[in-house]
Design a protein around this ligand. Structure first.
Ligand SMILES: Nc1ncnc2c1ncn2[C@@H]1O[C@H](COP(=O)(O)OP(=O)(O)O)[C@@H](O)[C@H]1O
Ligand SMILES: [Mg+2]
Length: 238
């Protein structure tokens, strides 16, 4: 997959194009088109169109990926929490539409200032469409992947909530949870410690811990509940 900037009808767009003819990649692109084409939300990068030669045309979002933003270390708490709220708003909407993202991570979040947009629904599961194989999920970084997803057992909207918890942890600490031991943790080893959040943002510790629970039943039950918890703490902190 190649992502490049182009001009289209006098506006800047981002074209996501298939490079080869790999069936998994083309299946991913088709899935992405089918799923994101019907989503409209202020925190989701809008799909503008599909072009015949297996490419998707997106609105260009000025700014940087959250992954790039995090290269310079942790974000200021206020900005981190606003980005988290935007991602959770996007997920609350997508989940209500029957869409699971399943690849929430900093590279798939575009940020400009304190506003965030979720993108890359290439691994998304649309509960209204037939299931896609999830074997290729393991190609990516496991740092933001929920344990049940890593193990290839049933995923649901709470896998996205785990990933969002991992993204918040990264924004507040400067590194993803469980560091170099993440695979051991994902494989089931509860002795792997989660380094605590810095003192200055310790009030978010219970929220992040709940989102990162191994058992989905112990996480927030939905994105709205997660969002409300975050807003409560953010409000108390100001
Ligand atoms: N609409 C956009 N506007 C600006 N940059 C984008 C846009 N879409 C993607 N990008 C950039 O390209 C990168 C890869 O895009 P993504 O959709 O995640 O493709 P892939 O399927 O290759 O992961 C993102 O991390 C981001 O830096
Ligand atoms: Mg991506």
């Amino acid at each position: 997959m190649r992502v490049e900037l182009a001009r289209w009808e006098d506006r800047l767009v981002v074209v996501k194009r298939l490079l080869g003819t790999h069936p998994v990649a083309s299946q991913r692109l088709e899935r992405e088109a089918a799923v994101v084409g019907r989503l409209r939300h202020e925190n989701i990068v809008p799909l503008l169109g599909i072009s015949g030669d297996a490419s998707l045309i997106y609105a260009y979002c000025p700014g940087v990926s959250l992954e790039a933003a995090l290269e310079r270390g942790p974000l200021r708490p206020r900005r981190a929490i606003k980005i988290a709220r935007d991602v959770l708003s996007a997920l609350a909407y997508a989940h209500a539409e029957g869409v699971l993202h399943l690849d929430v991570k900093p590279a798939n979040i575009l940020v400009k200032g304190e506003t965030a947009l979720l993108t890359d629904f290439g691994f998304a599961k649309d509960l209204g469409l037939t299931a896609i194989t999830t074997q290729d999920m393991l190609l990516g970084t496991p740092s933001f992947m929920a344990p049940e997803q890593f193990k290839g057992v049933r995923t649901d909207h709470r896998s996205d909530l785990y990933a969002t918890g991992a993204v918040i942890y990264h924004m507040l600490t400067g590194a993803p949870p469980f560091g170099g031991q993440v695979v051991r943790w994902l494989a089931g080893d509860d002795r792997v410690p989660l380094d605590p959040l810095p003192e200055s943002v310790a009030q978010y510790e219970p929220i992040v811990a709940k989102a990162l629970a191994r058992d989905p039943d112990e996480r927030y039950s939905c994105a709205e509940e997660f969002l409300a918890a975050l807003e409560d703490v953010a409000l108390a902190a100001t």
